[in-house]
Write a protein that binds this ligand. Structure first.
Ligand code: FO1
Ligand code: CA
Length: 313
């Protein structure tokens, strides 16, 4: 069994490689729920859905989220009514949220509904929300005007297009979040734990903010490898670089290593960042440098293979 701690797009691409590499290996994806929100009364789980849509080949590759060949008639009508449309929900994507919301109202756990949706999509892995309890990532922002505001993750990310400066991040609910038996089993029994190339503070942070998960990962540090989502000082996608800097970490592979140092014994960085190997290794984290840009299926498989063999170093 291999466990991967996951955010959205970067994790989904990495999982494509890991699944293609070895079909016989059980893969568990423990996924961020800090981005989850309720929109129009519907329960939205962006990272779980991005993984499901990507691995089933249904994702919109232009955006990285939502479905390909989507239509937007519901949003047009909603806009006509004067409703909230800054968060775009496609006509087909809406069915996922209707299904999930109804099942949750009926008393299903998020893990159960996620299994129903991912089984239906034919996924060849066990997709688990990090917790069935509610964790909400909240941000303290400073707008370009100088005004400060406290917002939800989706307001920061989508409504404000991650432009404001991030002053602080809170993972509301994480301290009291409990773990399902499947999450505990994955964390305890996996031979290896991989931290996907996701935003350390905004995607992996909410998972590590659950005390039981942080304790287990730190105890298993010698079996944990992360892949840096920062290449040449820039985030592959989204605001990971800016947010690391806001927290006093350099926006670099070294900053990622500093953030994860208690949890990982290995870090995979891009070959372009090879000049930081010595500094990272001085933190007690061994480095493997390679091409980490996952454009083709072959590049995803190579990265997954390296994540598994990095322990031999
Ligand atoms: N991201 C956007 O940038 N704009 C959107 O309108 C948007 C809608 C949306 C709907 C469903 C869903 O599952 C995800 C959606 N996302 C959208 C992506 C989402 O906000 C992710 O949390 C971010 O991409 C960060 O991982
Ligand atoms: Ca996310």
């Amino acid at each position: 069994m291999i466990t991967v701690l996951c955010g959205g797009v970067g994790a989904a691409k990495f999982l494509e490689g890991l699944i293609a590499l070895d079909q016989s290996q059980e893969i568990v994806a423990i996924t961020n729920v800090g981005d989850d929100d309720v929109m129009h009364g519907l329960y939205i789980c962006p990272d779980l859905d991005t993984i499901t849509y990507t691995l089933s080949g249904a994702v919109n590759h232009q955006t990285g989220w939502g479905l390909a060949n989507e239509s937007w008639r519901t949003m047009e009508r909603l806009k006509g009514l004067g409703g909230k449309v800054w968060f775009q929900l496609g006509d087909l994507d809406l069915a996922t949220h209707l299904f999930r919301s109804e099942r949750l109202r009926e008393g299903a756990t998020l893990e159960q509904v996620t299994k129903e949706i991912s089984d239906n999509a034919g996924l060849k892995l066990k997709l688990l929300p990090a917790t069935n309890d509610k964790i909400r990532t909240k941000l303290e922002l400073v707008h370009p005007s100088g005004e400060t505001e406290s917002t939800s993750f989706q307001e920061y990310f989508v409504k404000y297009q991650h432009k404001p400066i991030v002053k602080d991040v809170f993972y509301v609910g994480s301290k009291s979040a409990s773990l399902s038996p499947s999450v505990i089993e994955a964390l305890e029994e996996s031979e290896r734990i991989i931290i996907a190339p996701s935003n350390p503070i905004l995607s992996i942070g909410p998972i590590l903010a659950i005390p039981k998960i942080a304790e287990t990962i730190a105890r298993r540090r010698s079996d944990v490898v992360a892949i840096s989502p920062i290449v040449d000082g820039k985030a592959l996608k989204g605001p990971a670089d800016k947010v690391l800097e806001a927290f006093g970490y350099p926006a670099s592979a070294l900053g990622v290593a500093q953030y994860y140092r208690d949890y990982i014994s290995r870090l995979i960085i891009d070959q372009i960042d090879s000049n930081s190997i010595d500094q990272i290794e001085s933190l007690g984290v061994r480095v493997v440098a390679t091409n980490t840009i996952m454009t083709t299926i072959d590049s995803k498989i190579s990265l997954a293979a390296l994540a598994l063999t990095s322990y031999e170093r």
